[in-house]
Design a protein around this ligand. Structure first.
Ligand code: 5GP
Ligand code: ZN
Length: 112
């Protein structure tokens, strides 16, 4: 299996779960861009949100609900940002859909 996130989820690459359930696995980003930077990754391999079908729509929503739950658990009462990077222009570097949860500092807009 060549996908980095699939290997992390199956446990062949060690990682520490921030949250997990039957649909997804969340872990701290190895190169954090904010004091809180968590990746919420579905257990099912879907390359990007552009590859998600209608059968995946509830899962895509679940990933965002999990992000909000993690934000609550980490006390991000001032707010936070959730991001999905897609494809080359979107800056996606790992081709397994994931939601970034970023918090603990003010965010700027527009993103770079
Ligand atoms: P993308 O650029 O695809 O939106 O996000 C991929 C993220 O995965 C990046 O923020 C990157 O720092 C993170 N990442 C890459 N390799 C690893 C790894 O081995 N472990 C963890 N925890 N994060 C990783
Ligand atoms: Zn994968």
């Amino acid at each position: 299996m060549s996908c980095l996130f699939c290997r992390i989820i199956e446990g062949s690459i060690p990682s520490k779960a921030v949250y997990q359930d039957d649909q997804c696995y969340a872990l701290a980003d190895i190169n954090p861009q904010a004091p809180v930077h968590v990746l919420i990754v579905p257990r099912e391999h879907i390359s990007s949100i552009a590859h998600a079908g209608s059968e995946n729509s509830a899962l895509v929503g679940h990933l965002h609900w999990v992000a909000a739950e993690i934000a609550r658990s980490k006390g991000l009462t001032r707010g936070y940002r959730t991001v999905i990077n897609t494809g080359e222009d979107g800056g996606q570097t790992v081709d397994h859909i994931h939601v970034h949860l970023l918090g603990g500092r003010p965010m700027t807009w527009p993103p770079g």
